[in-house]
Design a protein around this ligand. Sequence first.
Ligand SMILES: Cc1cc2nc3c(=O)[nH]c(=O)nc-3n(C[C@H](O)[C@H](O)[C@H](O)COP(=O)(O)OP(=O)(O)OC[C@H]3O[C@@H](n4cnc5c(N)ncnc54)[C@H](O)[C@@H]3O)c2cc1C
Length: 502
Amino acid sequence: MAEGGAIKRIVIVGGGTAGWMTAAALSRFLGGSGRRIVLIESEAIGTVGVGEGTIPPILEFNLQLGLDEAAFLRETHATYKLGIEFVGWTRKGERYFHQFGQIGRPLNGVPFYQLWLRNRANASIGPLAGYSMSAVAAADHRFSHPSPDPADPLSQLAYAFHFDASAYGQFLRRYAEAHGAERIEGKIIGVEQDGESGFVTAVRLEDDRRVRGDLFIDCSGFRSLLLGQQLQVPFEDWSHWLPCDRAVTVGSERISPLLPYTRSTAQPAGWQWRIPLQHRTGNGHVYCSASMEDDEAERILVSTLDAPTISDPRRLRFTAGRRTKSWEANVVAIGLSSGFLEPLESTSIHLIQHGIQKLLGLFPSRGISSVERAEYNRHMVNSYEPVRDFIILHYFANNREEPFWRQVRSMTLPEALQHKIELFREHGHVFRYNDELFDIPSWVAVMLGQGIDPSACDPLATALPEAEVLRAIAELKRAYEDAAKRLPLASDFIERRIAAAQ
Ligand SMILES: Cc1cc2nc3c(=O)[nH]c(=O)nc-3n(C[C@H](O)[C@H](O)[C@H](O)COP(=O)(O)OP(=O)(O)OC[C@H]3O[C@@H](n4cnc5c(N)ncnc54)[C@H](O)[C@@H]3O)c2cc1C
């Protein structure tokens, strides 16, 4: 059963990254349908102003919009990203790489990492990252687009971007406006609801203007103006699993060479990111306020930078969790208004993209159907929870000695994650369920990187002749190393891409 009338006026509340990504996609796919798309934002309130790391599905979003990569690189100060280097997460000084893309190639149908597990005691095998094209290229600071030839190791390169999320929002604002979206500047001070259906009918601005709509997309950030404040959809707090609730951020001078990866360094009560952009480096320290004072967190951040600061430190507060529903009545929340997970695996912008794509996939026409709304909510739960669990894994599996790390090591895990870890401890098996974002190579890299050791490898790996396995491993390693030498430095590749398009 559908409630409400035809969806002719879509009102997006908020013009941060979520608002403009939504406006860009809706104007691209619905712009020609005679529907009116309006975005309201308030310069006085501003945006959260952070966000720099992304993951490979962002390529699909940009492609769907038909964005020109060179223009995107130039306008958002973007660099290429091949993965994340984790430093000190198991013990001080230890490091591992969470690569984008595959690890090695299967042999007789046996996943490569199982062959690696079987032989890792052999001194010549080296770290798992030596068998990922993306990780090998990242270690050499090199980058190129993947080769279209599946036989070429370079076909296994997988990438995303580091960019300035605010600049991305503005880039998409120009796109959305060019595709017919209208922008209204103003602060919303009131929300009108239909007494019977509970549908939001209009929002009222400070200057008495009234903006009516049939469908409202709440992109109002942590305020969650419509979904949280007006419709009172509860917030499910996940801070017992993810206790970090503060961040301090600061920009520093650009580093040279430009590195095609994020670095995430564990700190006594949290962790610190370093994200190289074309014009500066983004840095931030995420920490748990119950275990560390704000001043101490800022002192750690500023004293461990690679280069001098170029801005004043900024402090932010948050709580990990999500609204129990993302779509209630005729309000769909996308972005921080719908939930927040710390940026450890750069997943917030992806969850925005996912929310938009699912909304387009279930877009209402003659009113809003409760079954489609329920389906949307089901998808969003299925998207958030595995990402949450993936982030928890980094905290739980650690061997650090500080009280914060001892505390997170002793937490009771979500059941699904507990199962995943126990299963991995047996024969290194990982399976991907439902809409899970992270694929098997990601789980394997982080499980092993965080020191979760299977007690044995897959028996199918031990069934293969040892000499054949060792030969395949050695050949693959050489192939990745040789292929990386053919690549340009990441900074040269970016400069050439931008210059060629001018
Ligand atoms: C410390 C930190 C680091 C992060 N790093 C990453 C990262 O590396 N990768 C990643 O993917 N994500 C990251 N994120 C998340 C990312 O910043 C957000 O997901 C993204 O910026 C989207 O924010 P938003 O548009 O939902 O909210 P906001 O940027 O807060 O935008 C809210 C909008 O609503 C408007 N608004 C609010 N109230 C009103 C009102 N009453 N009237 C009119 N307008 C109103 C505001 O003006 C603004 O335009 C990070 C977040 C934090 C806190």
